[in-house]
Design a protein around this ligand. Structure first.
Ligand code: MBD
Ligand code: FE
Length: 287
């Protein structure tokens, strides 16, 4: 007898290892070299902060060994991408985009997959016939900081389903479920149909879940749409959009919420579900 796994059978190690594999394949570390002076500076300062913490709190051998075994476990569960994206990426994003005049962005997170199927606007994201969740019409315009519309801009979107699972990182979901690239029209306008995602909980059975449990924290991110918006001559915008009234807007475990990124959808008049309009403003590529 064969048993068909579904998204509820998702294991931390599976999604962790998938995220690790994606990162390896992303090409982000190819031809990458950080200058020796910079490595030395940063490594010394990070280690210095560790020494200071140890002295200040008189960290014991038991605590040191708990840390060692936990770090080993992070690797075994493939959760380095998850750990770094949840607890570190937000400050990297902050310093990398501080001189932007256009749209605020936020972190990419561990579950982006390049090359999603492409559609002309208006589009419907790939989804199952019985896909759960409130239908959502998401539309808007992509412009430059000079106010000019950006014809043919790409709005790449990926998000969790109504149960908080991402395709390609949980079993049983169609490959490109709730992932797609929508091409804006000649006026830079786009419209896409999807469903509202559910809040996302960090897997509780892996190393990151262990840390959360051991510290008595909660594991939640507010419900969110992930986006990459791009157009020729413009800087790529990586963003997430959230929903007004979400319980976790003020205590996102990944510290990635910004007030400019919160949507307030309204009920649709002629069809079930909700709709919202949100415009993107892209910075020009720096000369
Ligand atoms: C997510 O869905 C996410 O967006 C981030 C940043 C971390 C973990 C899971
Ligand atoms: Fe996410």
């Amino acid at each position: 007898m064969t048993t068909q796994l579904n998204e509820f059978d998702a294991k931390a190690a599976e999604s962790g290892n998938a995220a690790t594999e994606r990162f390896r394949e992303s090409g982000k570390t190819e031809a990458l070299s950080v200058p020796k002076e910079r490595v030395s500076l940063l490594a010394n300062e990070v280690l210095g902060a560790v020494y200071e913490t140890v002295r200040k709190h008189k960290v014991s051998y038991d605590e040191f060994n708990a840390l060692k075994s936990w770090l080993i476990r992070v690797g075994e569960d493939g959760e380095w991408p998850l750990f770094l994206d949840v607890w570190v990426e937000h400050v990297i994003e902050e310093v990398s985009t501080e001189d932007r005049e256009g749209n605020k962005g936020t972190i990419e997170g561990p579950y982006y997959v390049p090359g999603s199927p492409q559609f002309e606007s208006p589009a419907t994201l790939p989804m199952r016939d019985d896909e759960g969740g409130t239908p959502l019409l998401f539309q808007g315009q992509v412009r430059g900081v000079d106010g000019r519309p950006l014809p043919g801009a790409h709005v790449e979107i990926w998000h969790a389903d109504d149960n908080g699972f991402y395709s390609q990182f949980a079993p049983g979901l169609p490959e490109w479920n709730l992932r797609g690239t929508v091409v804006a029209d000649a006026q830079g306008n786009f419209a896409l149909n999807t469903v509202q995602p559910a809040p996302y909980q960090i897997p509780t059975d892996g190393a990151c879940g262990k840390l959360i449990g051991a510290a008595g924290w909660h594991a939640w991110r507010p419900a969110h749409l992930h986006l990459k918006v791009s157009a020729p001559g413009c800087q790529l915008l990586t963003a997430q959009l959230y929903f007004e009234g979400d319980q976790h807007l003020s205590d996102d475990i990944a510290s990635a919420v910004k007030p400019e990124l919160v949507l307030a959808p309204t009920a649709r008049a002629a069809s079930p579900g909700v709709e919202v309009t949100y415009d993107f403003v892209l910075d020009a590529v720096r000369p």
